[in-house]
Design a binder for this molecule. Structure first.
Ligand SMILES: COC(=O)c1ccc(CCNc2nc3cc4nc(N)[nH]c(=O)c4cc3[nH]2)cc1
Ligand SMILES: [Zn+2]
Length: 375
């Protein structure tokens, strides 16, 4: 059987578990480590696909839960799948909906069979099973699709984590069984287990036995202390195959990206850069900056003097602050564009630093400039 997604290891860092590689997909090659902008409802909010291409994005996320509810996978399929519907020529990854059900919908009930919930849009009763979610993701046509899983709340009892993990592992098998297009869409398993390292090991080994084309680490970035997330990551990645992609879900901020790469993660996604952009907060090489602040009212410098993106070369802080205060749509488009550029550019610099065996030096340099006091 041909696999639609293949990981190519190019270089291992001498001092850490960081690695430089490539994920080959039916819609292009993705240089890793990579940050994937989130396009929940088949659009990275405020960005046109040609702007994402201009920014160098090679893969974006969309969401099974949202697109099932609206416009429905049938319309997306008839529109040419996600690629045709949004006219995006790069790769797409769809999250399976489990996490979104628990963060968005009311009246949800989880059983071994699946999860019953009500649509957050019209309250209609819905049901996700591994089989039904695979049908939706097969119709949406993403290059990488996630299994239906349960992302347990944090904190959760060991007893709850045990039951939940057994369910997620059973659902992984059912997803693999139900997946109609394994030659065209790569099904990734999701490692759960909460903060319990023995459960994490059991989850990783059970999923590796399924011989899937890639593996995600879930159940993190859900409010746990950062040191705990880093500890779970450091423990878990070595149990995942070195010749498959490793994807940390829902991460994130610049420090978490560094810490994840350092512990062997290849792929990341987070709503953070685009969500904070919409409230006027931007990343700069010297830390975050809240543009609506009065101090920028007459500041005619670029939003980030060290950034070479089109926004920083064209507009001033005073102008973009004005747009944001006037609620002009262009304002959040410009902050979104810059924040996505910032993270994509950061990942490119990380990839280069790994190739040149100076990842930790680059990390220290970035932390000092950004103002992180971390390790
Ligand atoms: C301004 O910033 C924000 O609004 C903001 C919001 C959410 C996150 C964290 C998102 N974290 C997260 N997303 C996740 C998505 C997941 N999907 C599946 N299927 N399974 C998981 O186990 C899972 C865990 C996650 N953890 C980070 C930032
Ligand atoms: Zn910029």
């Amino acid at each position: 059987m041909t696999v639609p997604v293949r990981y190519e290891l190019l270089h291992r860092c001498k001092d850490t578990a960081a690695r430089r590689g490539r994920v080959h997909t039916p819609h292009g090659v993705i240089e890793t480590p990579v940050f994937m902008p989130v396009g929940t409802q088949a659009t990275v909010k405020t960005m046109a696909p040609w702007e994402l291409s201009e920014l160098g994005a090679k893969i974006i996320l969309s969401n099974t839960y949202h697109l099932h509810l609206r416009p429905g996978e049938d319309i997306v399929k008839r529109g040419g799948g996600l690629h045709g519907f949004m006219n995006w020529s790069g790769a797409v990854l769809t999250d399976s909906g489990g996490f979104q059900v628990f963060s968005l919908s009311e009246l949800r009930k989880i059983t071994d069979e699946g999860v019953a919930f009500r649509s957050h849009i019209d309250g209609s009763p819905r049901f996700f099973s591994p089989e039904s979610v695979m049908g939706i993701e097969n119709a949406l046509g993403a290059d990488i699709i996630m299994q239906l899983d349960e992302c347990p709340p944090y904190p959760a009892s060991r007893e709850y984590l045990r039951t939940s993990l057994d369910r997620t592992l059973a659902w992984a098998k059912r997803c693999k069984q139900a997946h109609a297009r394994p030659d065209e869409q790569a099904l990734f398993g999701i490692v759960q287990g909460g903060e319990h390292l023995d459960l994490r090991r059991e989850a990783a080994e059970a999923l590796v036995d399924l011989d899937l084309p890639g593996y995600a680490i879930g159940g993190l970035s859900v409010g746990e202390p950062k040191p705990l997330m880093y500890e779970v990551l450091a423990y878990t990645t070595p149990f995942l195959p070195a010749d498959k992609p490793r994807y940390l879900m829902g991460v994130g901020s610049p420090d978490d990206l560094f810490e994840g790469v350092e512990r062997g993660v290849d792929m990341f996604d987070c709503v953070l850069p685009t969500r904070i952009a919409r409230n006027g907060t931007i990343f700069t090489s010297k830390g975050k900056l809240v543009l609506k602040n009065a101090r920028y009212r007459e500041d005619f410098s670029p939003i980030d003097e060290d950034c070479d993106c089109r926004v920083c070369k064209t507009f001033t802080r005073a102008y973009i602050r004005h747009l944001l205060k006037a609620e002009e749509v262009l304002g959040i488009r410009l902050t979104s564009y810059h924040n996505i550029h910032f993270l994509l550019d950061l990942m490119e610099k990380m990839r280069k630093s790994i190739e040149e065996n100076r990842f930790l030096a680059f990390k220290r340099e970035f932390y000092n400039s950004y103002g992180y006091t971390g390790q």
